[in-house]
Write a protein that binds this ligand. Sequence first.
Ligand SMILES: C=C1C[C@]23C[C@H]1CC[C@H]2[C@]1(C)CCC[C@@](C)(C(=O)O)[C@H]1[C@@H]3C(=O)O
Ligand SMILES: O=C(O)CCC(=O)C(=O)O
Ligand SMILES: [Fe+2]
Length: 387
Amino acid sequence: MDSGTSSGLLVCPPVEPQRAGNGGVFFESTLMQGKGRIPPQFVWPQSERAQTLDELVAPVVDLGGFLRGNEDATRRAVEFVTAACRAHGFFLVTNHGVDDDLVRDALGCMGAFFGMPHDQKLRARRQPGTVWGYTGAHADRFASKLPWKETLSFGYRYSGAGTEHAVVAYFTSVLGKDFEQMGLVYQRYCEAMKEISLGIMELLGVSLGIGRGHYREFFEDSNSIMRCNYYPPCPEPELTLGTGPHCDPAALTILHQDDVGGLEVFTDGRWHCVSPVPGTLVVNIGDTFMALSNGRYQSCLHRAVVNRHIERRSLAFFLCPREDKAVRPPADLVLPGGGDIRKYPDFTWLQLLEFTQRNYRADMRTLQSFTEWLHDHDPHHTHDHHN
Ligand SMILES: C=C1C[C@]23C[C@H]1CC[C@H]2[C@]1(C)CCC[C@@](C)(C(=O)O)[C@H]1[C@@H]3C(=O)O
Ligand SMILES: O=C(O)CCC(=O)C(=O)O
Ligand SMILES: [Fe+2]
């Protein structure tokens, strides 16, 4: 392997020559330290870069009473969720029951992982075509508009006895026995996120008038993705982005951002910043839920900016359906006779995930582009997707 270049990019043998956007160039944050300029691959077009913004006063949904089964509190939580999802599909939750120590440990493990030497991190390197593993700036996939971040992603599925420790097994298999404790932290973190996600699915079901059970049951056997985002300080933050503008392809995202700030959300025709609120988690609707609600709830456009002075960490849990399940709205949301025709064709999460890993870089138009792609590529889909 070549050593670092003066630009801070590290040149490695390409993992997937036919797809490696940069001919095998990898990014590693520590190599950038002390550099005055960012490499051109990280410069985003002027129109997509951050500007000065207003703060979003995000709705805060108190989950405490709902989780204890209190009816009044549940009604209030449903009202807040409904208003937020009609407006932009983005809200904060408080009293969510996740132990502060667990969140602290999950952030701490990120420090331990991303602080390791580059060759150690590469032991978890993302395999071509998959979403799991470590990547630096996605430089193995894309040639331009690289995000100023390193990420580590892994799957979370609980499907009965024998699979309780799948996250631990991932960490020990790719990084070795010494990473068992780190795996256990993320295993517990994912379990907590899944529990909250299912609760929110109940609230969304009530909010859409189809009852508590429908979406909860749909996601009981979910196959979710956990992603740790590490954003190093950047010498020219105004030229780049940590995560580009996008709607999450999954059903629901639960995000913990540390106390640095950098998350931005597009509402009312402009970008707003969302400052970290201690003790809260950020929730947003994703494309898959937009399809499951027949377009009633919008997936929310967002991005993350970086800064010159301090590293930032975020933990994103993406709730995803079991890979082979048909994503289809309940019949009550496709009313016969009304103007309420099916907005999206049936698809599976596996199809959408593969689309984002092989054909299309997830952005603000993913669901639209995916739907068009399905029509062109899947012979079972017709242009008529009425119920
Ligand atoms: C299905 C996925 C694609 C991405 C990872 C998961 C969920 C979120 C997607 C992503 C974060 C949206 C922005 C662009 C992206 C490339 C990124 O910056 O990380 C996306 C993910 C990806 O394809 O790795
Ligand atoms: O880091 C953030 O605040 C946002 C990250 C994000 O949007 C994502 O990982 O999908
Ligand atoms: Fe996102």
